[in-house]
Design a protein around this ligand. Structure first.
Ligand code: SF4
Length: 494
């Protein structure tokens, strides 16, 4: 058993130092700034060549991303935005996958200056959901809203260690809840939890962890040290930076990256994400991030930094960073959350977003308790879009997007390097289109309002026609499944 550091019983140095070169991690702050400065006003032809490379679903190199980040010409930005939407459609078609965050515990031993769960914020009511409380949450999430996929969230604390996380996963997967016509269940639980050891990841793998998500928050070393005070576990930059390596090493199939935009220069952070994606691809046979998240700093009780950071990202820059991430890592899923207000969500979804949430409750136990009132002293930050899921799904249908609750790919082994190959060649889209239709049928029958159903039925007819034309070989089987689902059967997939 490798030794843990003297300062922490959790951090195991050997599990990250082995990936470092001469004691250095793969984020070189000076080099990133040099690359950003050397690419000022890039040649339009270079930019168009890079767009073509992205459309070919190839990851860009950091200096190429730096060139895109430095584009000033509005015409070129327009071309880049259009390409971002095209790439998304090429890899993921017109689907938007829905998920729900489930906050399980807000105990935390860290002290991040932007978070209401930080240990020094005494007004925060601390709570860890019991298994009975988790069941009550799933009754609502799976039985009343129709979610099939969760991201369960935990602060870093002995009360929410890997054993607790494993227990929550087992509890969530064990539930089946009656609905209007069939039953609801959570079929995929992704987790957002503190960096852990290879041994802990193995435990979570055994109980069916989906994607392991952890955000590096900021890749800039100095800022990282400032916002994650010394003496906390989170202050250890490389322990966090290499947590995805450990997860993959332990056999977890999919890992997810993210940055909290607003802690440091957004262009630098995009470069950090690209370096991180390439580092994973290079070390793990081409497996890059399954998704990338790009939350912006939001006001949070007890966290003044969220109000006065000098690096807050404007709406204009937010759109730009989404476009550049989409072009730089063209195969990855991109997650936009309800942190953002409705109007911004509507504007940026066409830029390449693949996953989102709605009807979100980020208070502990808040799905099953008060639906309408978010309690400020139990949540990590404030949400920008509090619309109900039914309304958001209807709006997406009106925009031409089908909401997908598909989780089949994971259960058919389309994960890790297998999914990466399918994504990069555009084939995953075929399975997903069919499974989107089947899960949309389930959701329309079990959960949609009359108004949403009306819009959804038109969309589903159009989707079925497309399958008939594009994939005639699977059409008959799909329709058999479709009719069985219409009669109340559930969870039929390709
Ligand atoms: Fe704890 Fe995460 Fe909040 Fe930091 S961001 S205080 S680690 S819950």
């Amino acid at each position: 058993m490798p030794a843990k550091t003297k300062s922490s019983p959790i951090i195991i140095e050997q599990q990250y130092t082995k990936y470092m070169e001469k004691g250095r991690d793969f984020i070189n702050d000076d080099l990133i700034w040099e690359q950003l400065k050397s690419q000022v006003k890039p040649d339009p032809q270079l930019v168009r060549d890079l767009i073509a490379k992205s459309l070919d679903i190839q990851t860009l190199q950091p200096e190429e991303t730096a060139a895109l980040l430095n584009v000033e010409d509005p015409q070129l930005w327009e071309e880049m935005s259009e390409a971002a939407g095209k790439i998304k459609r090429k890899v993921y078609d017109n689907r938007i996958v829905f998920f729900a965050p489930l906050y399980c515990s807000n105990y935390c031993i860290n002290n991040c200056l932007y978070c209401s769960f930080r240990k020094d914020y005494q007004q925060e009511t601390r709570r860890r959901l019991s298994m009975e409380e988790i069941k009550a949450e799933i009754e609502v999430l799976a039985g009343k809203m129709g979610h099939k996929r969760l991201i369960s969230v935990y602060g870093e604390h002995p009360k929410s260690d890997a054993r607790y996380i494993a227990k929550t996963l087992e509890t969530i997967y064990s539930m089946k809840v009656p609905t209007r016509k069939g039953f609801g269940e959570i079929r995929r639980v992704n987790i957002n939890a503190a960096p852990m050891s290879i041994q802990d990841f193995k435990l979570l793998k055994e109980v069916g962890i989906g994607t392991y998500q952890v955000f590096h928050e900021t890749y800039h070393h100095q800022t990282y040290n400032q916002v994650h005070p010394q003496g906390t576990i989170k202050n250890n930059y490389p322990w966090r930076l290499y947590t995805h390596h450990r997860a993959l090493e332990a056999g977890v199939d999919d890992v997810a990256l993210g940055v909290l935009f607003g802690l440091y220069h957004w262009r630098f952070e995009v470069m950090g994400l690209v370096y991180h994606a390439l580092e994973l691809e290079n070390n793990f046979g081409g497996i890059g991030p399954h998704t990338i998240s790009f939350p912006r700093l939001q006001p949070a009780a007890g966290a003044p930094l969220t109000e006065n950071s000098q690096y807050k990202v404007s709406d204009e820059d937010f759109k730009k960073l989404i476009v550049v991430i989409r072009l730089s890592v063209p195969y990855t899923g991109m997650i936009l959350t309800a942190r953002e207000p409705a109007d911004i969500r509507k504007e940026v979804i066409p830029l390449g977003v693949t996953q989102t949430d709605a009807s979100t409750r980020i208070g502990l136990g808040a799905y099953s308790e008060s639906y309408n009132q978010q309690e400020a002293n139990r949540q990590q930050f404030l949400l920008g879009d509090t619309r109900e899921m039914d309304e958001v799904i209807r709006e997406l249908a009106e925009m031409g997007y089908i909401t997908s609750f598909c989780t089949a790919g994971y259960r058919c082994g389309r994960t890790g390097d297998h999914i990466m190959k399918l994504l990069k060649c555009g084939k995953e889209g075929h399975f997903c289109k069919i499974n989107a239709i089947l899960t949309y049928r389930e959701w329309l029958d079990d959960f949609a309002s009359e108004q949403t159903r009306e819009v959804g039925e038109k969309l589903i007819v159009k989707e079925i026609q497309e399958v008939k034309q594009q994939m005639p070989q699977v059409y008959d089987t799909m329709m058999k499944y479709y009719h069985r689902i219409s009669k109340g059967e559930r969870d039929l997939y390709f």
